[in-house]
Design a protein around this ligand. Sequence first.
Ligand code: AHR
Length: 636
Amino acid sequence: MTLKVNGPQSEVQPTMWGIFFEDINFSADGGIYAELVKNRSFEFTEPMMGWKEVKKEGTGNVLIVNRESGHDANPRYAHITVDAAKGSYGLFNEGFRGMGFKKETLYNFSILARSTGGQLVGKLLLLDDKGVVIGQTTLPAVGKEWKQYTATVKTDRTVAKGGIQLLFAGNGALDIDMVSLFPQDTWKQRPGGLRNDLVQLLADLHPGFVRFPGGCIVEGRDLANRYQWKKTVGKVEDRTLIVNRWNTEFAHRAPGDYFQSYGLGFYEYFQLSEDIGAAPLPIINCGMACQFNTGEVAADEDVAVYIQDALDLIEFANGSTATKWGGLRAEMGHPAPFNLRHLGVGNEQWDSQYVARYQRFEEVLKAKHPEIKLVSSVGPFSSGERFDYLWSKLKPSKADLVDEHYYMPPEWFLKNADRYDNYERKGPKIFSGEYAAHVKTPKGQKETDTAEGRNTWESALAEAAFMTGLERNADIVQMASYAPLLAHVDAWQWRPDLIWFDNLRSVGTPNYYVQRLFSNNKGTHTIPVTSDGQPLTGQEGIYASATIDKAEHRILLKVVNATDRAVTYKVALEGAVTAKGAAKQTVLTAKNKTDFNTLEAPSVVVPEEQIITPGKNNVSVSVKANSLNIIQVPYK
Ligand code: AHR
């Protein structure tokens, strides 16, 4: 094997390896958004979903009141009447598949409330799965005007699937809304913030970009339920909840209770991107709903509204604080611009109509915002002719990047590591915006019940092989992201996924570690790596790519061995010699190709590092069977 440090180089974009965030599999509500109360604003289609009455000797009742005018975003609240001179009456909330509580941890409770008569004493109880109290506090007395009240409560035990009770003693009535409970310890300690462990896993990827908010949820089942970013910013109580597009389709473990509260909205997505050093890449609806569902499209004359949404989004992200939307960003706590540089138009729109729509966006956006790179889309590779048709139309466009999706079997990834070697170099660059190797349950075998069970080492290894091809072609492939990103083990609709979690724990899959190794060894420029003068694209099951980091003077060689035998290579360096400093090999492998990580056994497939000692102008690399290897060598 030869590494040509003096060979032709192309720049690796800082955006090369990123993440794709979609609110699927309870990724947002019930996931990274740390809110524990389900249906906190009583706005689910069935307003009491997630809630139950609790009568502890006292009596009472609850009515859901709908303010039909003047409160479009959050029309409902609960009116509670209590008759409990003895005992109490109140409500229980079950959380999203229960509530996870950690031992001796503080939780912040808040509620919008007003008293409508009498005098009540309120209490908040944190319960385990059997109803035993693990923490409690008395709530502040409620006045006559709507106001937010807060309280803090501490737990005495760890519980994976608990709940809360809100109990009132005395005689009287009150109205409540936005009943909320968050752990105090959120990411960056932000009140109403994100789950620490999940954000940390994302931060550890050092992603070059965050694509958000999807996926099919950008499109919606119909246009009324599309993702409208303007309804996701401002005060949380003023954000309009909608049913999640993943609520019923593939309804595995989301039987009708999957909604988007938008507590994680566009401001928070921009903030998350900034926090983890990633470029934000929002995707906006182009006036077309999901073709898997209604395929509804906006009337031609209404497309201007969608284009205006895009322009306003740029103003929200980058505009001066004197502008309407830039001003809102400042009001929300971020006067500095978010430095938006990429914008996606449409997700997986495969009708011919998409091209005409896209062109209308392009015309306006390129004229008004030449600084923004536009991402167009050709949808899923598996759609065959439609994919090719869209490409033929988009090639001559001014799109900066075209988004390709492939959910294919591992064999496809192994065979397609050279996919971009001879791709058209003129025209748009490539964004591999959604990909994952999907293993099938072998014939005669029972489908695995373990949620994480599809994230096998076989799938991850195939992706690693394919990613060497993405890296080798970094001149044209400028962004890539695995999909989907997050999944709750008790509430998923799609698998495999990159990271699994429950109410308390999270685990990186083998696929996660593949992403992490490539992203953390990105380098700044590609260099050729060859065997017998040819790039290694799977000949005899070996795949390789290499970059150098010019700032750190490191060679970063990636070798994937997709065979069942170990191999040793003498890798010759051309155009550079090795320098003093730590050289190391990181190996990711598993005993069996069917191995996977679970919440219970998170370290079955994890990277291991070893120090290596290179020669002056060569390095000897031993490569285990079925392994991904990252070899880091300092050079001068
Ligand atoms: O990642 C899951 C789904 O796959 C996305 O929502 C969609 O873009 C694709 O079909």
